[in-house]
Design a protein around this ligand. Structure first.
Ligand code: ADP
Ligand code: MG
Length: 238
């Protein structure tokens, strides 16, 4: 399960109205990409969904339940941070197990979930290594593993590949798409990269100054951009 509904969601920081009002439906299992220029409010919107920021107005529903007032840990979502958010002094195994240990899950259950996640992510042979002994792509997979073991109803990614080189970004793009095919869990993926949006998304949400300019499939946005902003950002050149 992992449907997410935003209803009239707004966010101000002091006087600055960063998100005036957003309505959005995300269906269970969708891969949704938030795309738009730097500063348009992508991260803020993701953090509102995660509960890392409080909304200024409006409501957020997950699987029909109003979570607007709920703490991040109670929302059943997993935020995947960039790979540098790993604990350098812990093994891969302990990095992945960390959220389960914090939740005081039984050791046998932890071991099973960590080995399942490692299997999915091709990390089985690397569980006893430290992050510094891994490649950039492997480190990113550990960060994803830490999210998988929590069995979230949705994964939230905020520009997870932005500090990787171009070749590795391409590989990781495919890996994350493959992960989505395998898990079929809702994913929201924030990027300012049009190629990532076009190649990964079931549904693209184009943001500009905290407003949604258009929502649609990559093909819809490419062939029928609603305005010049969308066309310039994603659509066919005209
Ligand atoms: P994006 O992720 O699209 O680059 P952000 O969501 O990070 O954009 O930021 C949107 C706007 O909100 C920016 O103008 C940014 O300066 C502002 N902003 C974000 N977080 C805060 C904060 N904690 N306090 C004040 N302003 C913020
Ligand atoms: Mg951002």
């Amino acid at each position: 399960m992992g449907s997410i509904t935003l209803s009239n969601v707004s966010k101000s920081f002091g006087e600055a109205k960063v998100i005036p009002s957003i309505d959005l439906e995300i269906r269970d299992g969708e891969f949704v990409v938030f795309v738009g220029p730097s500063g348009c409010g992508k991260s803020t919107l993701l953090r509102l969904i995660a509960g890392l920021e409080d909304v200024s107005g409006g409501r957020i529903l997950i699987d029909g339940q109003d979570v607007t007032q709920k703490a991040p840990a109670q929302r059943g979502l997993a935020m995947v941070f960039q790979s540098y958010a790993l604990y350098p002094h812990m093994s891969v195994r302990n990095n992945i197990a960390f959220p389960l240990k914090m939740a005081k899950v039984d050791k046998a259950v932890i071991d099973k979930k960590v080995s399942d996640a490692a299997g999915i992510l091709n990390l089985t042979d690397y569980l006893e290594r430290r992050p510094s002994q891994l490649s950039g792509g492997q480190r990113q997979r550990v960060a994803i593993g830490r999210a998988i073991v929590r069995e979230p109803s949705a994964f939230l990614f905020d520009e997870p590949l932005s500090n990787l080189d171009a070749a590795l970004r391409g590989t990781m793009r495919l890996e994350i798409s493959e992960l989505h095919n395998q898990l079929k869990t809702t994913m929201i993926y924030v990027t300012h990269d049009q190629v990532e949006a076009m190649t990964m998304a079931d549904k693209i949400v184009v943001l500009n100054r905290g407003n949604i300019e258009q929502v649609g499939s990559p093909l819809e946005l490419y062939s029928k951009p609603r305005n010049l902003f969308v066309a310039g950002f994603i659509g066919s050149p005209r």
